[in-house]
Write a protein that binds this ligand. Structure first.
Ligand SMILES: Nc1ncnc2c1ncn2[C@@H]1O[C@H](COP(=O)(O)OP(=O)(O)OP(=O)(O)O)[C@@H](O)[C@H]1O
Length: 510
């Protein structure tokens, strides 16, 4: 196709033939109120049988010019499709009945979620959410025409049932006050907490103002605190941010990669702030750093799967074997230790994919890999010799090792077993530590921690070289419980089958 023909077609495609998806007022029913913003109330509702979110605009008596601008923006919004942008489904633009209909995002906004300390949100998950938001904003910034969101804040990031984030409340700048300021001088709520200095100072601004706001959101996602909560007065706040360049304090234990990113995003000079393309690339690194502490593990994942958080088992194990210079699945003999190592790692690490229809049977999730490294690491230099896979095989070869098992399941496996019977499992509360569950003298079950000190294992105040060492040296025996006796290890059949060779005889099973 010649360039002119292409340009004509492109214009045709983009020209306004159908208008915005207009929804008639009688097609919408309102249910519960789910949120209130500065220019509308948001209700759970129903439209054409589908559960939706309906924003009913506070002000309905717009002048003709504003109404035209509103219709134009609604039309532009209807052209944006991205998994990280709340789906715009239609609007009613009849004066007096102005509403916007979008998909209903079930877990509400990120601000509420972050500030509810009862909700467990590991840093890895929070960083993945930040990346989702960045992907959504990047899409707006790379759209034609460019959308500058202008109101990036945690209450405009919605969370779906899979903890994926979607941007909402973009466009509609015709209805928004140009520079929203304090509603209530006595509280920091409603202040332009996320507003870039240049916006607050009524200077020219562009996409990089969204980057500043995202920097503040990132800080909030990191700390789960309200930014600038000590500020009460708008003028002092404005001076602090715009003149003294005050920013929220980044905790000392923040990951270096994340600290650098936040500081770049809220740079006082818009020119020095990164683009969202750069932010996404940096967040890819941060997500890996947040998912695992092990330096070699991070290096491996960054080199092999930088932008992925879940990879097919086969891709993972081939990459790991290549990286650790050990024979891959296809290179090693089915009766070799290397092959057994691979089978053991698969048994402890690989999972079924959560989403269906991916065409992949088993996957490795970065967070689970990070946990396994905490339990069995640190990962040694990638040289042939004793690898973490050897350690895993050695531990799994003992019948008393049960891996992932919570307290209740451990108790049910030990119920009715002779006094002294025990099993060892991952601690479900302290990653990297183990728990020994044992039937004690009164037939009750005692659960005791094995904690890690660098590469050593501490059980009942005695330091051991390995988990196996604790059992071989008959560890324990304090406070009325019985010393560990290999023979009283409760067998875990899940791992036992790995050590049976083809003829069914047991191969080095402890
Ligand atoms: N599609 C949706 N699904 C679920 N909840 C939503 C949806 N849209 C909005 N909400 C809820 O309603 C709240 C208010 O949304 P809205 O976009 O009107 O206001 P805001 O962004 O918080 O404030 P402002 O309009 O002042 O910027 C959100 O924070 C969210 O909790």
């Amino acid at each position: 196709m010649d360039p002119q023909q292409y340009a004509n077609n492109y214009q045709d495609f983009n020209s306004d033939r159908s208008g915005p998806p207009e929804i008639r007022p009688e097609e919408i029913s309102f249910e519960d109120l789910i949120g209130t913003g500065s220019f509308g109330k948001v209700y759970k509702g129903r439209c054409r049988q589908k559960a939706v979110a309906v924003k009913l605009l506070h002000k309905q008596n717009y002048d003709a010019a504003t109404l035209t601008a509103f219709r134009k923006e609604v039309h532009l919004m209807s052209k944006i499709y991205h998994p990280n942008i709340c789906l715009f489904m239609g609007a009613c633009t009849i004066p007096g009945k102005c509403v916007i209909v979008t998909e209903l995002v079930p877990k509400g906004n990120l601000e509420t979620l972050l500030h509810d300390q009862k909700i467990q949100l590991p840093l890895y998950l929070r960083m993945r959410m930040a990346r989702d938001a960045a992907l959504g904003i990047n899409w707006l910034h790379e759209s034609n025409p460019v959308f500058v969101h202008r109101d990036i804040k945690s209450s405009n990031l919605l969370v779906d049932e899979n903890m994926r984030v979607k941007i909402c409340d973009f466009g509609l700048s015709a209805l928004k006050q140009k520079h929203k300021m304090l509603k209530d001088q006595s509280s920091a709520k409603g202040t332009p907490l996320y507003m870039a200095p240049e916006v607050m100072m009524f200077k020219e601004f562009n996409e990089s103002s969204d980057v500043y706001s995202f920097g503040i959101v990132l800080w909030e996602i990191l700390t789960r605190k309200e930014p600038f909560s000590h500020h009460r007065e708008l003028e002092k706040f404005r001076e602090a941010v715009c003149v003294k360049h005050e920013r929220p304090p980044i905790p000392a234990d923040c990951l270096d990669s994340l600290r650098r990113l936040i500081e770049k995003c809220w740079d006082k000079d818009p020119i020095h702030r990164p683009s969202f393309k750069d932010i996404i690339a940096q967040l890819d690194q941060v997500i890996i750093d947040a998912a695992m502490n092990d330096a070699k593990g991070r290096e491996f994942w960054k080199k092999s799967f930088l932008t992925e958080q879940e990879v097919p088992w086969e891709a993972f194990i081939d990459a790991l074997c290549n990286w650790s210079k050990s024979p891959t699945r296809t290179q090693c003999d089915k009766n070799s230790i290397d092959y057994l190592n691979i089978k053991c790692l698969k048994a402890i690490l690989a999972e079924q994919p959560k989403s269906e229809g991916t065409g992949v049977d088993t996957i490795v999730n970065i967070e689970k890999f990070g946990k396994i490294l905490e339990f069995f690491g640190p990962v040694p230099e990638p040289t042939p010799g004793h690898s973490i896979m050897d350690t895993i095989r050695e531990v799994l070869s003992h019948k008393w090792f049960h891996g992932d098992l919570d307290t209740a399941d451990a108790a049910s496996r030990l119920n009715g077993q002779p006094v002294g019977s025990f099993l060892i499992r991952f601690s479900s509360t302290n990653i990297g530590n183990f728990t020994i569950s044992q039937v004690v003298a009164d037939n009750s079950i005692k659960h005791q921690r094995v904690s890690r000190q660098a590469s050593k294992f501490v059980y009942q105040n005695v330091v051991y070289d390995s988990l196996i060492d604790i059992v071989l040296k008959n560890g324990g025996g304090l406070n009325g419980d019985i010393k560990l006796d290999q023979n009283l290890g409760v067998p875990n059949y899940k791992f036992m089958y790995l050590f049976c060779n083809v003829s069914g005889t047991s191969q080095q099973y402890g």
